[in-house]
Design a protein around this ligand. Structure first.
Ligand code: ATP
Length: 332
């Protein structure tokens, strides 16, 4: 694939690795040092008055999160106008490995409780650190969580901050006040009840979405999942009702006491209240200890032996962490 644009002479796009609502993500190579990077690019509509669109906003969030472990490092961001007037905004950032939804599918659709506990340990910390920078994510879900590459292959990363927002008013240093919203945001399947009921969201809601994410990975689906795709801006009222129905309590109880305690805590928090991240981590750590499971970051996908139901990866492939983090290469 040829360099996409003039300034990309330095970053040659090698492959398209992801596509979302706000742009395309390319695997790129820095021709000076061979580094692999990810480039998220958005073509701005002709009539757009915004100087940089959604990606310019996302870049400011990445800038605020600079230095937080488990957040891709921002290398460059900016706008380029082509000769024909097309305006493209790009974010050049650290490239991460596969997302949790992909890894879960490779592990035959569900992850073991041991892997879930280890993911919870890292993800609660990750979300805590993002919150400590005054930012809420508002779109925690398996496709926005990825593993690192190379020596960071066991580090869990958060990606996609297009819906993130500052919850601390920079002028006052205070928590922003609770307001009513008029538009739906996030992803219904993993949205908190508040989010779906158009109430304003805060730190508690990121953790509630994390709870649904972990349940989804543990069971392979959620009770309110429906087969039909639906527009992302359409929030379904019955979904939030199901998140509060007895069937949900049954699912949580079936999943383990740590899930019951987790949801009890996050759903009891007030809008401005700081979650007790340490206590939440201890729930999953306690389960690991009770079961005698070592916190060794041997996830289900780390080796064929670790996956309780095996993986969908053909037998002649082996894990190669040196290549691109978690990847399988064909053995001779
Ligand atoms: N830094 C990165 N390294 C490698 N792959 C990435 C990176 N960032 C994003 N991707 C890939 O691109 C996909 C889409 O990226 P992202 O979620 O940021 O886009 P989006 O347009 O906001 O998507 P959505 O509309 O689904 O929220 C991700 O699911 C992931 O597979």
């Amino acid at each position: 694939m040829a360099p996409l644009m003039v300034f990309w002479d330095l970053f040659h796009a090698v492959d398209l690795i992801g596509q979302g609502g706000y742009g395309s993500v390319y695997l790129a190579r820095n021709i000076l040092n061979g580094d692999q990077l990810a480039i998220k690019a958005e073509v701005l509509p002709e009539d757009s008055e915004s100087p940089g669109g959604t990606l310019a906003y996302e870049a400011t969030i990445y800038t605020q999160l600079r230095g937080v472990t488990g957040i891709p490092v921002l290398r460059w961001h900016g706008l380029e106008t082509l000769d024909n007037g097309t305006r493209i905004y790009s974010i050049v950032m650290q490239r991460v490995g596969p997302t949790l939804d992909l890894l879960c599918r490779l592990c035959r659709g569900t992850l073991s409780l041991r892997t879930i506990c280890m993911l919870a340990e890292q993800l609660i910390t990750r979300i805590e650190h993002v919150h400590d920078r005054g930012i809420i994510i508002r779109d925690v879900k398996p496709s926005n969580i990825a593993l690192g590459t190379h020596e960071m292959a066991n580090t869990v990363y958060l990606i996609d901050f297009g819906l993130a927002r500052n919850y601390i008013d920079p002028a006052t240093g205070e928590h922003i006040p609770c307001k009513e919203r008029r538009v739906a945001i996030g992803t219904d399947l993993f949205s908190s009840v508040n989010m779906q009921q158009y109430r304003d969201v805060s730190r508690r809601d990121d953790l509630e979405s994390l709870g649904y994410t972990l349940l989804f990975l543990l069971h392979g689906s959620l009770p309110w999942e429906i087969d039909q795709p639906r527009p992302s801006d359409c929030s379904l009222p019955e979904t939030d009702a199901m998140k509060q129905a007895p069937e949900f309590d049954d699912l949580v109880a079936l999943s383990g006491q740590e899930f019951t305690d987790f949801f009890e805590h996050v759903r009891s928090l007030s809008f401005t209240q700081r979650p007790d991240y340490h206590a939440l981590r201890m729930l999953f750590r306690g389960r690991m200890q009770a079961e005698g499971w070592p916190m060794d970051w041997e996830f289900d996908w780390s080796s064929r032996e670790a996956a309780p139901h095996g993986t969908l990866v053909p037998g002649e492939y082996r894990l190669d962490e040196g290549l691109v983090g978690v990847a399988w290469v064909k053995t001779l």
